[in-house]
Design a protein. Structure first.
Length: 252
C-alpha cells in the first residue's frame, strides 16, 4: 500500500507513503488515494502529509508520464483532476501538512486542500515547463486564488522552486512550523475544527469555494486538453527523458 490512513475520533490522517520515490504520484497511488478517501465516514477533518523526511509529494511519476501518448496523458490528467475535485468537494475540511517537497502534483494536491500549513524546510513549485509540459491536476487554476495572477504566472512559466517563507508571503502556506512541530500543530488545529458544527463548516467551505472559483469547470477542462495536446509534440518526451537521464533538455 502506498497510502496509510490513521483515524482518531473525527480526524483522519492520510500519508502518501512512497519515500524512496519522494511520494511521487502515479496512477496506482492516485487510485489508492481516491479509494481511501471514499472509505472515510463520519470524519470532520482530513490531514494530508508525506511519508519520510524529504517530501510531501515531489510531483507526478515522470518515468510513467514520459511514455504517454496524448490520449493516455489526457486520461491521466482527467483522473488526477478527479482526485483533486474529490478532495475539494468532500464533506470534510482538508488540511495539507507540507513536510518537504511539494512540487507539481504535490503542490496541486496541497492546493486542493482547504488549509495549507508547512514546515520551515518545505519547498514548493510547479516545475512542469522544465519538462516540456504544464500542470495537469488543476495547478493553472488553483494557484491563482492563493498566490494571485502575477505570482501564479511567474511560478508556472519559470517552473522555479520557492522556499517555505516565500510560500507564506505569496499566500500559499498559512503558517510555518519547525519540522518536528508541524504535525502536532496541525493536529491542534484539526482538533479545534472537529469540535465545531460540521454542517456550518461545510456550508462555509462550499460558499467560499463557489465564490473563489467561478467558471472553474471550463478552466479545468482547458487545462486538461492543453496538457494532453503537448504530448503530441516532442517536448514532453525530450523534457522527461532528459530528467531521467540527468541532463539538460534540448528543446527545439
Amino acid at each position: 500500500m502506498n497510502i496509510q490512513t490513521e483515524v482518531k475520533n473525527k480526524i483522519a490522517t492520510i500519508t502518501i507513503d512512497r519515500p524512496k520515490a519522494l511520494n511521487a504520484l502515479n496512477l496506482e497511488v492516485l487510485t489508492e488515494l481516491k479509494s481511501e478517501l471514499s472509505k472515510l465516514k463520519n470524519i470532520s477533518v482530513v490531514i494530508f502529509t508525506g511519508g519520510g523526511e524529504k517530501a510531501f509529494v515531489a510531483g507526478a511519476d515522470i518515468a510513467a508520464m514520459s511514455a504517454m501518448k496524448p490520449e493516455e496523458a489526457k486520461k491521466f490528467s482527467e483522473f488526477g483532476q478527479s482526485v483533486i475535485q474529490f478532495i475539494e468537494e468532500a464533506p470534510f475540511i482538508s488540511i495539507a501538512a507540507v513536510n518537504g517537497f511539494a512540487l507539481g502534483g504535490g503542490l496541486e494536491l496541497a492546493l486542493a486542500c482547504d488549509l495549507i500549513y508547512a514546515s520551515t524546510s518545505a519547498k514548493f513549485g510547479l516545475p512542469e515547463t522544465n519538462l516540456g509540459i504544464i500542470p495537469g491536476f488543476g495547478g493553472t487554476v488553483n494557484l491563482i486564488p492563493r498566490a494571485g495572477y502575477a505570482r501564479a504566472m511567474e511560478m508556472i512559466l519559470t517552473g522555479r522552486m520557492i522556499s517555505a517563507e516565500e510560500a507564506k508571503t505569496f499566500g500559499i502556506a498559512l503558517e510555518l512550523f519547525q519540522p518536528a512541530d508541524l504535525i502536532p500543530k496541525v493536529n491542534e488545529i484539526a482538533e479545534k475544527l472537529s469540535k465545531k458544527g460540521k454542517q456550518s463548516l461545510l456550508c462555509a467551505k462550499y460558499l467560499v469555494k463557489a465564490n473563489a472559483f467561478s467558471e472553474k469547470e471550463a478552466a479545468i477542462k482547458a487545462e486538461r486538453d492543453g496538457f494532453a495536446r503537448l504530448f503530441d509534440s516532442g517536448e514532453p518526451k525530450e523534457g522527461m527523458t532528459a530528467f531521467l537521464e540527468k541532463r539538460e533538455p534540448q528543446f527545439k
